[in-house]
Ligand binder design. Structure first.
Ligand SMILES: *Cc1c(COP(=O)(O)O)cnc(C)c1O
Length: 448
């Protein structure tokens, strides 16, 4: 059975972000079932889901409440369109989402994945200024090393060389401002406050140079996930908000990775008391069950699109499955679980335990930097911790450590040579220990 599935996978599939030549040379891991924080393959082997099935699982797999919400909605209707009509789960989830979102965000526009919701936020920001008579505000400012998804607009404002360079001729021009990454500081000064102030002053200058021409700044608040779990120095996000206010540009916060408790607060913006003009959510919105995302806008942005039909201020954007009832029903139940089980309150002890365990990696052989915020952590492996010199990419050190971790019962996926730990919020203290033990043993196996 498994052999056959493996052969069929190799014969018919093309996997995302995967060098298929490498993939075709290995036995595929085929996950058949889930149980709480665990994945179970077709051979019955169990793996702790150390990256929440790509950063989206929240309350565990086969969660009885989410399962029930899904099947109950399936018994009513699986899909009806949001173009010209509505549906109860989409309405109720929107109300709930606005209730927990940072102050001022009050209008929900749904999509199915993070990248599409980023596109929506970009188009809304651009058109908001068009409708407001500031037609020269057409540019966007993104951070270096930013990741906002893989569609062309999201890639345009992104800044990850390896993923994005190939598509350069297809992109619209965006402005880029340096990332406050103390370990590889753009100014050379690694003190977090200096690194932060340097990056803020660069952004200030960029906004001044382009005065009247910028529609919005887009950032991943607090943590740049795909760049390798880069944790911004505290005060950076609040500083960006202040710059946006001063230069009168909109702020888009991409909370696709950081939203829904990941950093210890419901949204990362809360840590710095920041309210963006547009917030993008995805990944954890349905607890990791179904593809659903949203751009959440202020009433001010929403109002700019109001008018008579023949003024053509309508936001001409939508997807076939916008506001899908199955996905919204699960998203709603996901948020109810946060309330009923006090998910955020339960995180404190888990975050402490993870931080304690991560301390052990600091100063270990080949560990250059250890970064974390909440249940989002990265251990950067380097050839020389003194100079920060990286391993040659061909050695695939991060990849090999993660493959070795499977033998210790843990499924993780690296970002280059950064070992990423991002377990479901429902992980237990014992499972955190198991996760960290496995990474430790796997690193020793690969690096010695
Ligand atoms: C994953 C991610 C996206 C893209 O989401 P998809 O659902 O994969 O399109 C966008 N922004 C951030 C910050 C992400 O981590």
């Amino acid at each position: 059975m498994t052999d056959n599935l493996g052969q069929l996978d190799h014969r018919y599939l093309w996997h995302p972000f995967t060098q298929m030549e490498e993939w075709l040379s290995q036995e595929p891991l085929i996950i058949e079932r889930g149980e709480g924080n665990w994945l179970i393959d077709t051979e019955g082997r169990r793996y702790l889901d150390g990256v929440s099935s790509l950063w989206c699982n929240v309350h565990g797999h086969c969660n009885p409440r989410l399962d029930r919400a899904l099947s109950e909605q399936a018994g009513r209707i699986a899909h009806s369109t949001m173009l010209g009509m509505s549906n109860p789960p989409a309405i109720e989830l929107a109300e709930k989402l606005c209730g927990i979102a940072p102050a001022g965000l009050s209008r929900v526009f749904y999509a199915e994945n993070g990248a599409s919701a980023v596109e929506i936020a970009l188009k809304m920001a651009y058109q908001y200024w068009q409708h407001s008579g500031e037609v020269r505000r057409t540019k966007f400012v993104g951070l270096d090393l930013a990741y906002h998804g893989d569609t062309l607009g999201a890639v345009s404002v992104g800044g990850i060389e390896t993923f994005h360079a190939a598509f350069e001729p297809l992109l619209f021009e965006a402005l880029h401002s340096p990332t406050p990454f103390p370990y590889r500081s753009p100014s050379g000064d690694c003190a977090p406050e200096n690194c932060r102030d340097y990056c803020l002053s660069k952004m200030d200058a960029l906004l001044a140079e382009n005065a009247g021409g910028v529609a919005a700044v887009i950032v991943e608040p607090l943590v740049q996930g795909a760049a390798g779990i880069i944790v911004h120095p505290s005060g950076f996000l609040a500083g960006v908000r202040e710059l946006c206010d001063r230069h009168e540009v909109l702020l888009i916060c991409d909370e696709v990775a950081t939203g829904f408790g990941r950093t210890g607060a419901m949204f990362a913006c809360e840590h710095e008391d920041v309210s963006p003009d547009l917030m993008v959510v995805g990944k954890g919105l349905t607890g990791g069950y179904l593809p659903l995302s949203a751009a959440v806008a202020t009433e001010e942005i929403f109002s700019a699109f109001l008018g008579r039909y023949d003024e053509f201020k309508t936001f001409f954007h939508g997807h076939t499955y916008t506001g899908n009832p199955l996905a919204c029903a699960v998203g709603l139940e996901n948020l109810k679980i946060f309330d009923d089980e006090q998910t955020l309150e339960s995180l404190m002890g888990k975050i402490e335990r993870l931080e304690l365990r991560l301390e052990k990696f600091r100063g270990a052989a080949n560990v250059g930097d250890v970064r974390s915020k909440g249940l989002m952590a990265g251990i950067e492996l380097v050839a020389d911790p003194l100079t920060g010199e990286m391993f040659p990419p061909g050695e695939r050190v991060g990849g090999r450590v993660c493959e070795a971790a499977r033998e210790f019962g843990v499924a993780i996926r690296p970002l280059g040579d950064v070992v990423v730990l991002m377990p479901p919020l429902s992980i237990t203290l014992e499972e955190i220990d198991l996760l960290c033990d496995a990474v430790e043993q796997a690193s020793v196996r690969v690096l010695q």
